[in-house]
Design a binder for this molecule. Sequence first.
Ligand SMILES: Cc1ncc(COP(=O)(O)O)c(C=O)c1O
Length: 365
Amino acid sequence: MRVHNFSAGPAALPGEVLEQAAREMLDWRGSGVSVMEMSHRSAEFGSIAQKAEADLRSLLSVPSEYRILFMQGGALAENAIVPLNLLRGRVQADYVNTGSWSTKSIREAARYCDVREVASGADSGFTRIPPIEQWQMRPEAAYLHICANETIDGLEYSWVPEPPRDVPLVADMSSNILSRRIDVARFGLIYAGAQKNIGPAGLTIVIVHDDLLGAAHALCPSAFNYQLVAQNQSMYNTPPTYAIYIAGLVFEWISRQREGALSGVAALEARNLRKAHLLYGALDATPFYRTRVVAADRSRMNVPFFLPDAALDARFLEGARERQLVGLKGHKTVGGMRASIYNAMPLAGVEALTAYLAEFARLHA
Ligand SMILES: Cc1ncc(COP(=O)(O)O)c(C=O)c1O
């Protein structure tokens, strides 16, 4: 039996995708082998990887002057890989601190370059994104880094910052890629761990402008050199083949999604908006639950909330489990609850959660 899985990541995948993978597990389309057993150099796997890349390019309308890379190491490794590739002889990089994940990005990048935290939401307890007018950006910085969606704190940019001229924008989109339409041309580089909206852990997606390739630091590991990875169609070393295959099935699933006249990412965006409105509406409907993030910066993907007394947490989670609602425990650093409502979470899952929220508040207020 499948439950409604609100895990922040690795997170729920569409049931259809898992069923297709199960059907194809032992014999991928007459090849006689599982995708897991195929050489990454085989024609079969080549077709899987090329289709996955082409579908992702189409879903996000990635312009032709951008490479799409399938890498490993997760988003945390990108915190080092980005400065190692993007400094291009410069020594400074600018970062906006909006929460736990950008704090980690800053700490890691500071091992490689002169990092400036151009703005920080720490003073507000990471409850708002600092307004861009306050950002102390440097025109000589190699890049400006943001975390598009803070998975733990529940903040998300609803706008794209404009860095100074010649400063490319770099975004960690691990927890909101493919959940809304984006204009890739506004970014120099986008990276995302796959295990939320894309597929299994172990795959990292990088979308990078051609102009940023070819100037990696001499000490950058070859397997993490974007240009080498790009020149080798993400096969410089063995890529996470099975994760790429599942990601490809998820891309096909996204392409099939419809909401009225909308399709693909636009359809998911509309559905995600409805889900988020419904959930925040239920939390706002009673003073029993507390949320922290200001309305304008609330994440559509990760919704942290708190009960009036942490002593109720275990009972809340137990009741949720009885209703087949799992993965709601908040991150250990902030406590409380967190509902992650990525692309694969259906509206019905959010409806079941909001019904339970109302019921629990009635019983315990
Ligand atoms: C926004 C964000 N950045 C970075 C990471 C770290 O990713 P990984 O564990 O794949 O290295 C996560 C993981 O949850 C995340 O949500």
